[in-house]
Ligand binder design. Structure first.
Ligand code: PMP
Length: 362
């Protein structure tokens, strides 16, 4: 069997070994056609089948009610920071944004280039150590939408209770936690996610939205940045990132085979408990960087107070085969990303390493 690293990368991140092996098996000859999926037209029946089936699988796994459409776009989640206001924040209107850390702030910066932005809540004063409670989020009935970041990949905070926005469409960046747990999709008007954490490789961005939001974009929005272009063309307006969509298809089938999103959540909780317990049982040797009730089950951020010892930890962890534990340059310290495809064994090994490192240095 392949020797696999303990991969805690933040994104691009670990993919399921079974998925990589299936992709490998189909790499030079996809289902007997004598070509790979990268070598055929996106208008072929083989690709159209992948395009349709992947949309259906996503809807099935998330329990999406009728009236939603899935798009496969390019430009990363970062392009959605612009596409959302370009399409939905029409002149004279205001959009609400919840400021919860680095990614929310990037979305806010882009929206401000396009229209009026109101900050519905901000945890900046708390150093982005927590997510706001729904009761702290002020929503104005006239807003074009409210935008939240479901999981702050850099800070390691995650919404565990989403705000109720009434008639105001709720939009969520779920780039780093889509499919990590069941959600009530009917609360959301638009969900988007770059694929390279829980969905597959980079190159495709998934947008799942109520059909009416995608039906008609403002007149002056460029063709490629219009939701209606891609919705009408079933994500085949131009050449799609076919290989990435194919990989997403395999990842979704893998989730289904694991028992679906509820089973994945259970698994994720078991995995992250191992590491959070290593922090909580360390008597303060390891310190979590966020409040307990906002802890992410996707990105675990922690520190060792003594800077030299922290450096030593990262050095030894790397030597022991743990990849990607260095925190993002904006916050420093440590971060273990425990996306769906990170196996429990990696988390158990990290918890064990942490305990051992503390025994030797505590
Ligand atoms: N939002 C969140 C929450 C993210 O984690 C990221 C990427 N790490 C992005 C947006 C930007 O995604 P992309 O690199 O696909 O543009």
């Amino acid at each position: 069997m392949a020797k696999r690293a303990y991969n805690f990368n933040a994104g691009p991140a670990a993919l399921p070994l079974e998925v990589l092996e299936q992709a490998q098996a189909e790499f030079v000859d996809y289902k007997g056609i004598g070509m790979s999926i990268m070598e055929i037209s996106h208008r072929s029946k083989e690709y159209e089948q992948i395009n349709d089936e992947t949309q259906e699988l996503l809807k099935e796994l998330l329990g999406v009610p009728a009236g939603y459409k899935t798009l496969f776009l390019q430009g990363g989640a970062s392009t959605q920071f612009s596409m959302i206001p370009l399409n939905l924040l029409t002149p004279g209107r205001t959009a609400g944004y919840v400021a919860t850390g680095s990614w929310a702030n990037k979305a806010i910066k882009e929206a401000k280039l396009i229209g009026e932005v109101a900050i519905a809540a901000s945890t900046e004063a708390d150093g982005y150590r927590r997510m706001p409670k729904p009761s702290e989020i002020h929503v104005d009935d006239n807003w074009a939408y409210l935008h939240i970041t479901s999981n702050e990949t850099i800070g390691g905070v995650q919404f565990h209770e989403y705000p109720d926005t009434g008639k105001v469409p709720l939009i969520a960046d779920m780039s780093s936690d889509i499919l990590c747990r069941p959600i009530d999709v009917s609360k959301f008007s638009l969900i988007y996610a770059g694929a390279q954490k829980n969905l597959g490789p980079s190159g495709v961005t998934v947008v799942l939205a109520r059909e009416e939001l995608l039906a008609e974009s403002p007149k002056n929005v460029p063709t490629m940045l219009r939701y209606d272009t891609h919705a009408k063309a079933n994500s085949l307006y131009n050449t799609p990132p076919a290989y990435s969509v194919y990989m997403v298809n395999l990842v979704l089938k893998w989730i289904k085979a694991k028992g679906g999103v509820a089973a994945i959540e259970q698994y994720n909780r078991e995995k992250t408990d191992l590491i959070y317990q290593a922090i909580d049982n360390s008597g303060g040797f390891y310190k979590g960087l966020v409040d307990r009730d906002s802890r992410s089950i996707m990105n675990i951020t922690f520190a060792i107070e003594d800077e030299a010892l922290e450096k030593q930890f990262l050095k030894e962890a790397q030597e022991a085969g743990f990849i990607g534990l260095k925190g993002h340059r904006e916050v420093g310290h440590m971060r273990a990303s425990t996306y769906n495809a990170v196996p429990r064994e990696s988390c158990a090994a990290l918890a064990e390493f942490m305990a051992d490192f503390q025994r030797r240095n505590g």
